[in-house]
Design a protein around this ligand. Sequence first.
Ligand code: SF4
Ligand code: SF4
Ligand code: SF4
Length: 762
Amino acid sequence: MDQQKLRLLESYCIQEEAPACIAACPMHMDVRLLLRQLRDHDMDGAFKTYRKSIPFPSILSRICEEPCQKKCRLSEIGEGISIRALESFLFSRSNSSALPTMLPQKNKKVAFLGSGLDALAAAYDLRRKGYITKIYEPASSAGGFLKNVSETILPSQIIDDTCSLLIKMGIELNLSQHTTGSSALQIIDSGKFKIQDDEFICVYISGNLEINRIDQITRMTETSGIFGGTAAPESWIEQAADGRRAAISMDRYIQNVSMTASRSDEGSYETRLFTSLTSVPPSHTFIRNSQTIPDEDTAIQEAARCIQCTCMECAKGCEFIRHYEAYPRVYLRQVYNNVSICTGLRQKNNMINSCSVCGQCESVCPNKLNFHDVIRETRQTMVETKKMPPSAFDFALRDMIFSNSDAFMVAKSPEGHKVCSFVFFPGCQLSASNPAAVEKVYALLLEKFSDSTGLLLRCCGIIADWAGEKEKFQQARNELLQEVESLGNPELIVGCPGCMQTFRNFYPALKIRSLWTILDQMDIHSKQHETIQTFAIHDPCGARYQPEVQDAVRSLAKKIGIQLEELPLNRDQTSCCTYGGNAWNANRSLSDAAVDALAAENPHDYLTYCAMCRDFFLKRGKNAYHILDLFFDPERIISGKAMPRPDYSMRHENRSRLKKHLLKKYWSEEMNASAPYEKIKLFISEEVRSVLEERMILVEDLQQVLYQTLETGNRMVNAQTGHYLTHATPGHVTYWIEYLPKNDGYQIFTAYSHRMFIEEAN
Ligand code: SF4
Ligand code: SF4
Ligand code: SF4
């Protein structure tokens, strides 16, 4: 990903855009923060927030026209927050005579002709920046049109107090001066301006200039160095904002830097921030009279109505996004830095490897930000540049290698046929999880398609793609295509939604059909089961873009007597169980949290159609079924009997046994001889077995280590327990086993693994 692409993708994520209220406020007061502070009883913090953006709280908390309230998103479903009344409340309990912080004085002078609200605001801002600031006002009191506001709304005493504060700040306020109007200005040779006997670098003329004489971005007139407000401004808060805009320009003018750069977000604008109001109930203001100051309880109640507008649609269903406590715009930058800049520790490796690459974020994002492709490409770059930690996806990749080895792989036409019209492709994990169901489906397909259905057992290769291993994926893909070709290019009947998705994305020439639509059309269970049980249906992320599969499974469930409830995010927006992207392999605590959150969405047992989703739910204690569990054993619908969950070792054994059994049953063939280490018999208690599962150590890993130990005789004895200790490194990982011989095999007491290389002395 280059800088240009990074910026483009960052622009899709609008999470950092201002909420509607802040965008509508010409001074961009942080309304959201202020309301949060007020809600949380942090009155001083809330007033500081107000004070930070608003120059004259005593005046503007009384006369601001509240464009923020009109644009507040709550006004779309009820009433917007009464923000100005809350500002009045905060001002009423503050120390109004406190001086703002100011920079040290500079030896540079600016003048103001007139003292309308715009001029006062500009003078206030420039004085805070350290300029010597002088106001010349023809009237005997300051404030311009402010003095026309009704005394009940803005007592003149408040204007006088504000002027006193400006004087305390060091602003020179000259009243009854007959120097107003541009005719009173003298431009002297140096490009400076002379008023009376003083020279100024620039001058601001308050609110009496025609609009076409002023640049709307900089507020500079056609005469360089003279700035101004507009005649008859439409709102007080706009006037104050005009003064602020001019102050920024005057400061830049004096410093001789661009007056137009980065000014697009000044003044009111329409925000791009998306905030869903779907689950927000309508609410109405607690403040009925906006001219009265609410009491503290009412103010807090009103502030608590704010929904703290934000996007974060992608975080609603994704534990990964929640876990790292930010959002894709931040993650994009972190990913970019991790791969492109960082030369030392790449601290975001684990973050990059923890995404499920499932595409949910793109589906729910209002701007369709495709974050999963960024993660996918980044992992590929990490592998190519040797920045991918070897341990990241090792276990998952080894599982794929197992599936595509002689231990499981089968590509066969029905007996007596060289080629076939259809071939059943159950996928590696359905075979690992429920081999009996695979066998039953195959028998059913042979029946339906008059013996013209072959069998293809292997992994589709997506594990390698998720791991960023392009070459390994290509190799798996090529092998699979060759096998399909050797069977006469039959149509694949696919029993795993993830494999379906992989074939659609990466094998465009393959003819594929979903098992679920075929089973649905068979009408096997219609009218058989009248007892209705309710399950919540979880769509696997692999089925995200397959509405026909989603429909077929729902139809099948109905036919076998199941009533379904939908999860909050379903179908194309469904959440991943973290098998996707090998995320479970890279970050197990995050994986557990994701499954727990998903499991808590509905109290009913879950029904799904991906073997891994089922097994991940079972692992976290949520009763879940694969549709085939119930299709072939409908009694479970009524009994609610949980399915057994095979552990990692059993998943290997199930696949090998399935191959062995089907070869014998349909082709009268024996499997090739197994590896010699597989003959080693192990005695492993349930307790030790769950330790092995937690540590991702397979029974066959232990068998290989013991086989090597028997060959070399190298082992140690624990003098206290009398147990033997041995180790070996059959692949990238070193395994240690504590064991004792038992009967015709070995009792395992514990095992662990690491990736350190042990150099042994003779
Ligand atoms: S859904 Fe997520 S990625 Fe999309 S704009 Fe919102 S926060 Fe950003
Ligand atoms: S709900 Fe709160 S954050 Fe959202 S627009 Fe209204 S005041 Fe602003
Ligand atoms: S896990 Fe899925 S939804 Fe979450 S960031 Fe990754 S691709 Fe997006």
